[in-house]
Design a protein. Sequence first.
Length: 198
Amino acid sequence: MKNRIILATQNKDKIREIKKILGNKFKIIELKKHPNIVENGKTLEENAIKKAKIIFNITRKNFKADAVLADDSGLEVDILGGKPGVYSARFAGKNCTYTDNNIKLLKFLKNVPYKKRRARFRTVVAIIFNNGRIKTTEGRISGYIITEPKGIRGFGYDPVFYYPKLKKTLAQLTAAGKNKISHRAIAFKKAKRLLLKT
């Protein structure tokens, strides 16, 4: 029988990516109604755990799932003191689009030379098992923010995040290629190993 996993997210892009990373050993349960969760933690870990706990408490009586998974991801730019960080999804304001965020980021980095545009993507995954035990995993990759978007795949800051090892932005990679190296893939593959051990 497949492990039944509840994902604590409404982001369709994330859900699609996570399903591919976890593979066919898991049955992913998507919630039809999702509570509005205020992500007010000071760290990615705090936000991921908060989301997982809220969904776990809501669903524990109605779903016989093996675990609830939640993640929080952020882009950290060195010259901006680690910003946007936990505010990555709403960097350009409430109800902003991916494009809005990228435009604001590039404005902040205008005239900053390439070598000083170093950045990293980080993802923290919180797992709450059906017995209430909590575990977290983390993934990160480093790269640079380029001066204009390149690529049509991916989402979020992928078009402006250049990965030197492949000489491409994340948005220029195929889904399979991105899932081999991305921060989210690293974190969820670690989570997958923990889930398969239980």
